[in-house]
Design a binder for this molecule. Sequence first.
Ligand SMILES: C[S@@+](CC[C@H](N)C(=O)[O-])C[C@H]1O[C@@H](n2cnc3c(N)ncnc32)[C@H](O)[C@@H]1O
Length: 251
Amino acid sequence: MEPQRVGKSYAREAACYDRRWQSYWGSFYDYYEGALVTQLISSRVPENARILDIPVGTARLLSKVREGLPKLRCVGADLTPEMLRVASEKLPQDTCSFVSADARTIPFASNTFDFVLSIRFFHLIPAARHMELVEEMIRVVKPGGYLLIEFNNPLYGLFLGAAFGLRRRLLHGTKGPVALWPQQVRSLTGPHWRIVEQLGVYWPGQGRLFRIAPRLATALGRLGHLWPLRYLTLHTLVCFQKTGSSETIAG
Ligand SMILES: C[S@@+](CC[C@H](N)C(=O)[O-])C[C@H]1O[C@@H](n2cnc3c(N)ncnc32)[C@H](O)[C@@H]1O
């Protein structure tokens, strides 16, 4: 999607974006993803690490991460001012700063952050432009630091993703979200960064199951972290690590 069109669509959506995550489906997903991302960050960086969430949206996820890890030094960046306005009401300025930014040209120096998050973003962008975004995000990660990206799985529920895509195309004439095959995800590595972890997130029906049998739903969630089952969940969280020292990695 072009930045102008994105800006317009999320400007309209800003006031109601969080409502999506209060629905039957959304509340479980929101809770589950928040817990998982918080745990991934705490397992990899110190409690006072500097993190960037891009695009932060309404700080839906960043507010949960900050609640679990209150010493983190957080920056949230997004293209849409209306989304940033909602975010800054949620997280006061002394706990987090917010900047208006296009992910293609992030307004920070190279090697600035210990951890960069990019959740629910890449499915909006054509696959041919993923590498340039990854390179720009990696640029602002410190050597030894991490970049966590969420991708959509084309094999969600084995055939559900493809069935939903076909339905959307037939009924509305629109293409579905961009989903990446495992080899496309692997091709997003580069000379100074490698994949260190991949986890599947959200099975079909897992939210419903959670209402009836929370422990079973949580255990099922852990199965989605395993290869090759992680390709059958709705998303894959992929954690890249930037290697080398700041001297060897030019900005
Ligand atoms: C689906 S929301 C995801 C927000 C948040 N990461 C979350 O998980 O709730 C997508 C966000 O991407 C932002 N966005 C779209 N294109 C962008 C770009 N080129 N640079 C920065 N933000 C962008 C939109 O303004 C919107 O807030």
